[in-house]
Design a protein around this ligand. Structure first.
Ligand code: 2AM
Ligand code: CA
Ligand code: CA
Ligand code: CA
Length: 264
């Protein structure tokens, strides 16, 4: 059908853009010298490599779809229209700058608010997580699914800390204090798009964080949903672009986290 063909074309272009940018970023990561970091705000950094990777991605998209709109972390909104490509050129910049090989390129294609295709590409491990709406989720073209975990006491979760400032730390810690003792352990790897992709692949059983932006989560959310997982805000309400928090997990783990935090 026409819709499916279009969706696959979007996915293919998204993968091409992510791989091009990923190769560029991986090369820069290996030759550490030409990386220039800048501060965007408290504990928030960007580098020339993030900006150049973003240009590579936008050029690749514009070549095939000159009329589509773009929302990119470092250069903002380009154009308007029903179809929007949501781009995070390096998710995990702090890891990238510190020499920690854990970061990804994240790209989602949205039409009238609905995500049709998504890619999260880790160029160091050469792992490409993809999904299309109704077409399932894949890791390097092999189908992935969330884990079978149904309880918290045998589940490994991931989280992200509120690094931007300490005004949110108290609230975050109340949730941490509630959830952490109930699960096996908690990871903080520093790239939200990969946390989401790892839940989709069954490597993690759930993930929660506060204060993320659309470019951090848009691709990962489709990949998890297509892998059979649930996504919402931390209380289990439907996740929206402006949601303050995100919770993504296997269906069973999602319900247990939701229940455990309902009175916070
Ligand atoms: P970024 O690298 O694209 O900015 C996880 O906490 C998310 O927050 C990451 O996906 C990361 O996206 C963003 N982030 C920004 N600054 C961070 C920091 N100092 N520590 C951890 N994450 C940070
Ligand atoms: Ca950033
Ligand atoms: Ca990000
Ligand atoms: Ca980024």
């Amino acid at each position: 059908d026409f819709g499916g063909i279009t969706m696959n074309a979007y996915k293919n272009i998204a993968v091409r853009a992510a791989e091009r940018a990923g190769n560029f970023v991986a090369k820069a990561f290996a030759n550490r010298d030409r990386i220039i970091a800048q501060s965007k705000g408290p504990n928030d950094y960007v580098s020339n490599i993030d900006k150049q990777a973003e240009e590579i991605i936008i050029d690749t998209i514009k070549y095939s779809y000159p009329d589509h709109a773009i929302l990119a972390e470092e250069s903002g909104q380009h154009g308007e229209g029903d179809t929007v490509w949501v781009i995070d050129p390096i998710d995990g910049t702090t890891n990238f700058l510190q020499g920690i090989p854990h970061f990804a390129i994240s790209i989602a294609v949205k039409q009238k608010g609905k995500t049709l295709a998504a890619v999260v590409y880790d160029p160091i491990k050469d792992e490409c997580f993809t999904a299309s709406n109704g077409g399932g989720a894949q890791l390097n073209n092999t189908r992935i699914r969330v884990s079978e975990k149904k309880r918290l006491d045998n589940s490994l979760l991931a989280t992200g800390f509120p690094f931007r400032g300490h005004q949110d730390l108290e609230e975050y810690l109340r949730y941490f204090e509630t959830i952490f003792p109930l699960c096996v352990d908690m990871r903080r790897a520093g790239a939200a798009s990969l946390d989401l992709a790892y839940v989709a692949a069954g490597r993690l059983d759930g993930f929660w964080e506060f204060g993320l932006s659309e470019w951090d989560t848009a691709a990962g959310i489709l990949i998890i949903k297509e892998a059979g997982g649930f996504v919402g805000d931390i209380k289990g309400n439907p996740h929206q672009e402006k949601s303050k928090s995100i919770l993504a997990a296997t269906p069973g783990v999602f319900k247990h986290v939701m229940k455990s935090v309902k009175d916070l």
